[in-house]
Design a protein around this ligand. Structure first.
Ligand code: GLC
Length: 629
């Protein structure tokens, strides 16, 4: 290695060692062999650095020089399944022009490392983290794709399934054969005594098809911790060998050209008796240690937390107190997503405004992932406290939302389905594509032109909001074409019991072609989203460092959001109702938007001293012009 590269390593080592040491000491400092494990982790990092390809070392230098690269307003994400989007990884290369013309700069490919045969929870049950699912291609294909994407200005994100492995993983196989070393990689008990104690405070993730959190394995006469499905074995991070193995994989993937790792199900990584075993402090230390260690070897890599947890538990994944800016750079804003759907059903933005106002600010070096739909169901994460402070009953409102989006509620425009009804809590989650939930499916079925127009407006309204909120927006594949629910999964015996497949359709390339004709329905949706993307990219004040506060507009149907930073000050107004709505001029004036107001979306100027009228489901991105600000 050249002297300069060794020096770079030394500089980074010195810079990050305190951030490495602090969480690791908290995790493993009580062990006599702590120093030995620490040395092992640092050896893994040195190896990761030594093996890092030259082109990626250059990328590291760029990223270090421009640490806010993922926070800029020109970042637009897209998420898809490789097979459903383009067949194989090589197929994805061929689709780069499509992604580019849409304006994509970040591509999340759903789980693609070698999974167990189906059922495999959509790939979230991995057998080999160093091999690609052979149906999709090889590790070389993945590497080539990452390079091609990078040359086209697109950063690649993949899943790091870090909470559990598949039952068919070699570690499990050795554990099942009685190897004590590998039994210690997982969490297991000889009888039900301890599992029963844990179960008292644990929740069930899949109460329908995988009740309980433990599975009995007669081969070893043990109850094994399996939070999700019985074939997904939770890893034991109390064992530092497990941390070392996963660190090695993180760096291996970074060295293939992966720029963002989506850290799956991170809330569950540490168990503590008497708790729900989610969001434990140690789960945060694990992430902080992964980050600090990977910064030394591969600072081009950033981490995205997938923690679908209540708002007060979510913000800490972006780093808190001494770990501020030192945990994950990105996290899914599940609460914003849920509130968008809640406001759309009720036509009322008070609960959303209140809930967002309760959320603490996030560290400056981080960003939300804002999204409307993903591959998972929507769980109504609306707290009783938030609902009650707005005069609603939490339980009734959540029941209303499930009824509304499954189409049971009178006059509902949605065509979704309930997922995982939990009779103990009354919770019913929702599956369905964005277009079907927003009314497009019903409008087409009933051939109702007016309903069709409203559905398109809803789709654009929701995109207008994820593009203007504080973060990196993520478009779910097919939403840009208004793809409807896909019922073909029902014909597949290994998918049929999981209705999340209804909103994981195959890409419709014919429709993508139709999108060129902007007079047609698909074209209207595609062009509308494309227009929002272009407008966002040019609005630098949307940088994720700009603060975001939800504001009262004095109209319960119109959501207001202020984005503020030295780059500019914007007022976002979004009408959640089917009728024209007005925001009174005194309110606009009170928020210090005066004089001529320029709308970055339609390019028009409005007079700030008049009431502001919004068409049904219209969004405005307003900025004061001139000296009157
Ligand atoms: C995440 C994934 C979900 C999966 C679970 C277990 O929540 O989004 O699809 O079932 O992790 O890996």
């Amino acid at each position: 290695m050249a002297a300069m590269e060794k020096e770079i390593f030394r500089i980074r080592f010195k810079q990050y060692f305190p951030d490495v040491f602090r969480p690791l000491k908290l995790l493993y400092g009580h062990r006599e062999d702590f120093q030995k494990h620490l040395r092992n982790f640092l050896t893994i990092v040195a190896k990761g650095y030594a093996q890092r390809p030259k082109e990626l070392r250059l990328l590291d230098l760029h990223r270090v020089a421009e640490p806010d690269w993922f926070q800029k307003s020109d970042m637009i994400g897209y998420v898809c399944y490789v097979d459903r989007f383009a067949g194989t990884l090589q197929g994805v290369v061929g689709k780069i022009p499509y992604l580019k013309s849409l304006g994509i700069t970040y591509l999340h490919l759903m789980p693609l490392l070698n999974p167990r045969p189906r059922p495999n929870d959509g790939g979230y049950a991995v057998i080999d983290y160093r091999e690609v699912n052979p149906e999709l291609g090889s590790m070389t294909d993945l590497k080539n794709l990452a390079t091609e994407l990078h040359h086209n200005g697109i950063s690649l994100c993949i899943d790091m399934v870090c909470n559990h492995t598949a039952r068919e993983h070699p570690w499990v196989q050795k554990a099942l054969a009685g190897d004590q070393k590998y039994q210690n990689y997982y969490i297991m008990f000889p009888d039900r005594t301890v599992p029963d104690q844990y179960e008292r405070t644990l929740l069930e993730i899949f109460p329908d098809f995988s009740p309980g959190n433990f599975t009995y394995y007669p081969e070893i006469e043990r109850w094994v911790w399996t939070t999700f499905n019985d074939y997904q074995w939770d890893l034991n991070y109390q064992n530092p060998l497990v941390f070392g193995e996963m660190l090695d994989i993180v760096l291996f993937l970074a060295n293939q050209g992966i720029e963002i790792l989506r850290m799956d199900a991170v809330a569950f990584m540490w168990k503590r008796l008497g708790t729900d075993c989610q969001n434990q402090p140690e789960a945060h230390y694990i992430l902080q240690a992964f980050r600090a260690l990977s910064r030394i070897a591969a600072p081009g890599l950033i981490l995205k937390a997938e923690a679908i947890v209540p708002p007060d538990k979510l913000v800490p994944y972006l780093g808190q107190k001494e770990a501020t800016n030192k945990e994950c750079e990105l996290a899914y804003h599940n609460s914003f997503m849920v509130q968008l759907w809640s406001s759309l059903a009720s036509g009322d933005v008070t609960l959303m405004t209140h809930a967002l106002q309760q959320m603490p600010e996030i560290p400056t070096g981080t960003s939300w992932i804002t999204y409307i739909r993903c591959h998972d169901d929507i769980g109504w994460a609306i707290s009783d406290e938030d609902a009650e402070s707005m005069g609603l009953s939490g339980i009734l409102h959540r029941a209303f939302l499930s009824d509304f989006y499954s189409g049971r509620f009178p006059k509902s425009f949605a065509r979704g389905a309930t997922f995982q009804h939990n009779p103990k809590t009354g919770d019913r989650r929702i599956s369905g594509t964005l277009a079907s939930l927003a009314g497009l499916e019903l409008a087409l079925e009933t051939e109702n032109w007016q309903a069709l127009d409203l559905a398109v407006r809803r789709i654009l309204l929701l995109h207008g909001l994820i593009f203007s909120f504080r973060g990196l927006p993520l478009i779910y594949m097919g939403d840009e074409l208004g793809l409807l629910n896909d019922t073909s999964y029902l014909d597949h015996p290994l998918l049929a019991d999981d209705n999340r497949w209804m909103h994981r359709p195959f890409m419709d390339w014919e429709k993508a072609n139709e999108a060129r004709d902007w007079t047609g329905l698909t074209g209207r949706i595609y062009k509308g989203i494309n227009h929002l993307i272009r407008a966002r990219k040019q609005t630098h004040a949307f940088h994720a460092q700009a603060l975001a506060f939800a504001v009262w507009t004095h109209n319960i149907h119109v959501f207001g959001l202020i984005r503020e930073s030295p780059r500019g000050r914007l007022l976002i107004l979004a009408n959640f109702s089917e009728n024209v709505q007005t925001v009174p001029r005194y309110r606009i004036h009170d928020m210090k938007f005066k004089g001529q107001l320029h709308d970055h979306l339609d390019g028009q100027n409005y007079d700030g001293s008049s009431d502001m009228a919004l068409e049904p489901y219209q969004t405005l991105w307003l900025e004061s012009m001139g000296k009157n600000q």
